[in-house]
Write a protein that binds this ligand. Structure first.
Ligand SMILES: Cc1cc2nc3c(=O)[nH]c(=O)nc-3n(C[C@H](O)[C@H](O)[C@H](O)COP(=O)(O)OP(=O)(O)OC[C@H]3O[C@@H](n4cnc5c(N)ncnc54)[C@H](O)[C@@H]3O)c2cc1C
Ligand code: FES
Length: 269
């Protein structure tokens, strides 16, 4: 498989509790990953855990690349213990990425929690347009990449669940407020989002109500990451689709959102 390669860990820096920025050096030349694509990464050089974990491209540094991750369970906890010089196996870049030609009138970025990982990559790509970003997290501490966003000239509207930074409440609350106070700001724009499913569900409703288009990078659990196991399917208006192959980015109005899930709208659990 031409997209299978090994990387050496250059740096695995803890940013805040349970959040790490991992810099990897590919040991062969790889093609530049587009925002919204992802890598399947082994978290250890051994066989436990056997399955690689999907992580979105966060930054491309020319030949090295960075992943931004939150420790969610066993695999990412093992990954957090990787040291410079460790060798890991990677497949990628995988998936479709954000479809930028679909935003003739401009892009509005929306990130919830660790969803900032792929959204930052997109902000970097669109930096000449000084994109508008709505970014929600649980607390001030969990608002990541602020310096990088500032350097890119991104206009970031921050919200936190506890009000410790920006507006108190969810990104959707803030969007609703902006849409009522300044409707021209969002008119004709296309959303590009990543975050917890309740946030994406609410964003989809928000966009549909206002006749706006949007795309979201989904984060289903994955086993193979290359389209063979069918472990990552989502229900869409066009039938079941594989997040790893037809996605991970889908149109907001294409996904049949499971509205019964957790109502949390800030950081991803
Ligand atoms: C395309 C894609 C891109 C992703 N990009 C990033 C990223 O850039 N940064 C990042 O921190 N995370 C990202 N994720 C999520 C990340 O892959 C999972 O957090 C990770 O695989 C969990 O592995 P684990 O062994 O640590 O946890 P596990 O022990 O496997 O699971 C721990 C908990 O997390 C839940 N969980 C596991 N995987 C997922 C998932 N994919 N979606 C939702 N809940 C899950 C489990 O149900 C369980 O409750 C991405 C997922 C996908 C599919
Ligand atoms: S993870 Fe196997 S088909 Fe998507």
């Amino acid at each position: 498989m031409d997209r299978l390669f090994t990387v050496s860990v250059t740096e695995n820096r803890q940013l805040i509790e349970n959040h790490f920025l991992l810099t990897l050096h590919p040991r062969k030349k790889i093609r530049r990953p587009e925002p919204g694509t992802f890598f399947m990464l082994s978290v250890d050089s051994g066989l436990d855990p056997l399955l690689k974990r999907p992580l979105s491209v966060h930054r491309w540094l020319g030949s090295d690349f960075q992943l931004l991750y939150r420790v969610a369970g066993k695999g990412t906890a093992i990954l957090s213990r990787r040291k410079p010089g460790d060798i890991l196996e990677v497949i990628g870049p995988l998936g479709n990425g954000f479809p930028l030609k679909q935003s003739p009138k401009g892009a509005v970025l929306v990130a919830g929690g660790i969803g900032i990982a792929p959204v930052f990559a997109l902000a970097e790509k669109l930096s000449s347009q000084r994109p508008l970003l709505f970014y929600g997290a649980r607390t001030k501490q969990e608002v990541l990449c602020l310096d990088g966003l500032k350097r890119l000239g991104v206009q970031a509207v921050i919200s936190t669940d506890d009000g410790s930074l920006g507006t108190k409440g969810s990104v959707i609350n803030v969007l609703t407020q902006v849409a009522s106070e300044n409707p021209d700001m969002l008119r004709g724009q296309t959303f590009y989002a990543c975050g917890p499913e309740p946030m994406l569900t609410a964003l989809s409703g928000f966009a549909v109500q206002r006749g706006m288009k949007g795309y979201a990078a989904l984060e289903e659990r994955m086993a193979c990451g290359i389209g063979t196991c069918l472990g990552c399917v989502v229900n869409t208006t066009g039938g079941y689709k594989r997040v790893c192959k037809e996605g991970p980015v889908f149109a907001l109005d294409e996904v049949i959102w499971e509205r019964g899930k957790s109502q949390e709208l800030g950081g991803r659990q």
